[in-house]
Design a protein around this ligand. Structure first.
Ligand SMILES: O=P(O)(O)OC[C@@]1(O)O[C@H](CO)[C@@H](O)[C@@H]1O
Length: 393
């Protein structure tokens, strides 16, 4: 990191900026949607009112004394942030704490009848059950006739562009899905990615998942392909231990996605059978590590997670939030080589991400200039551009 220029941590304190709008507009909208989606009781409504008020004008408050994860949040910086405005602490931290507080407000942590009831489930289910998902699954029937490399590329790009399926993003970026994606990637290290995963190479691949539904389904299809072709002997899918950033995948969402695939006709059903037997014999494992919901960059990951990533042939981070956590949620000069902020990572690492926040590294000067000339600042957050970046060790 010695040559890396100083890059300030992103805060949400600048009115008119994207991070500010997430705190000031997206979070209240999410509270409204969750409140409308469930027959919550007066206690839950009161707690949601208090959270809304706190987000709008208040300071970050400590967790209740009996919170099951109180010690963990102390380690994750709660003592430093408590008492400060939501807008003045690192944006990554305040966003993550918002979801923690929202879950508490609706009773997720229990005890009681609402313990473990995912407040985002109706939105995730609606997407999984949508006709668009049927169309995407039917399109898989075109794959079996293609050479393996073409199938691999199609499934890698399916997983990459699946990252546009982000329900939190859609709440505040009106019409975002309607805007066409820009097919040319702003960075494409896919040749390096495939060099780590040759057919019958026996690799271990860790995929750190992002959204459920229409992102998780293509992630699972990619994993099925890697396993079926021997590009991976073993895969580990990391999901969130609790509902997060609206649509982030939990174990329950993996089960839903696998059922959806298993019920589909044609090639989709075949992929489901590969995945189902791989979970049964241990070639595919699902992990829900507490650090997956930490409000911190991966540079501060605990030792057990570091050891797991170190043992993998390749770790793939999906999505925008994971990218922010992988490189650090900072205002990097866009031409900072991806290898620099990820130098701490204990093994080969890849990012598959559509651009939905201001953090970006690894662009060529020409690419950055062309994006700025065409779109001003919008290319950073509009969700229409994508990248595949790899840091080999
Ligand atoms: O991680 P994902 O699903 O690709 O995107 C998450 C996201 O919608 O949430 C953050 C803002 O709340 C941004 O990083 C990004 O826009």
């Amino acid at each position: 990191m010695a040559d890396t220029p100083f890059a300030p941590v992103i805060l949400g304190d600048e009115p008119g900026s994207f991070p500010h709008s997430v705190l000031a507009e997206r979070h209240p909208a999410i509270i409204r949607q969750v409140r409308d989606a469930f027959p919550y009781g007066p206690g839950q409504h009161r707690a949601l009112d208090e959270l809304l008020k706190s987000c709008a004008e208040g300071a970050v408050e400590p967790l209740p004394a009996d919170a099951p994860d109180g010690d963990r949040w102390q380690e994750w910086g709660l003592a430093d942030c408590a008492g400060h405005s939501w807008y003045d602490v690192p944006w990554l931290w305040s966003e993550s704490y918002f979801y923690r507080r929202l879950l508490e407000a609706v009773g997720w942590f229990g005890p009681g009848a609402w313990q473990g009831i995912d407040p985002f489930r109706p939105f995730k289910r609606a997407e999984l059950d949508a006709p668009e998902t049927d169309a995407e699954l039917a399109a898989l029937d075109a794959l079996p006739g293609l050479p393996e490399q073409e199938r691999a590329r199609a499934l890698l790009h399916g997983s990459l562009w699946g990252n546009r399926a982000d329900l939190g993003f859609r709440l505040s970026a009106e019409g975002a899905e309607a805007q066409d994606p820009v097919p040319a990637l702003v960075a494409d290290d896919s040749a390096d990615l495939w060099s780590l995963l040759p057919p019958d190479g026996g690799a271990t691949v860790v995929l750190v998942a992002d959204n459920a539904g229409r992102e998780l389904v293509p992630d699972l299809l990619l994993i099925a392909h890697l396993l079926a072709e021997g590009r991976a002997a073993r895969a580990v899918l990391h999901v969130k231990p609790y509902p997060y950033y609206v649509s982030d995948a939990t174990t329950a969402d993996v089960v839903d996605a696998l059922h959806r695939l298993r019920a589909a006709p044609g090639a989709a059903g075949e992929y489901a059978r590969v995945l189902w037997s791989a979970t049964a014999d241990g070639r595919l494992a699902v992990r829900a590590h507490p650090f997956s919901c930490a409000p911190l960059p991966y540079e501060r990951m605990p030792d057990d997670l570091r050891a797991e990533f170190a043992a993998a042939t390749l770790t793939v981070f999906k999505g925008d939030l994971n990218y922010r956590r992988l490189v650090g949620d900072r205002r990097w000069p866009p031409t900072t080589p991806f290898q620099e902020p990820t130098a701490y990572f204990p093994g080969p690492v890849a990012a598959l991400r559509t651009l939905k926040s201001e953090v970006i590294t690894g662009l060529s000067a020409a690419t950055e200039a062309a994006l700025v000339a065409a779109e001003g600042h919008r290319w950073r957050t509009g969700g229409t551009h994508a990248l595949i970046q790899v840091a080999l060790k």
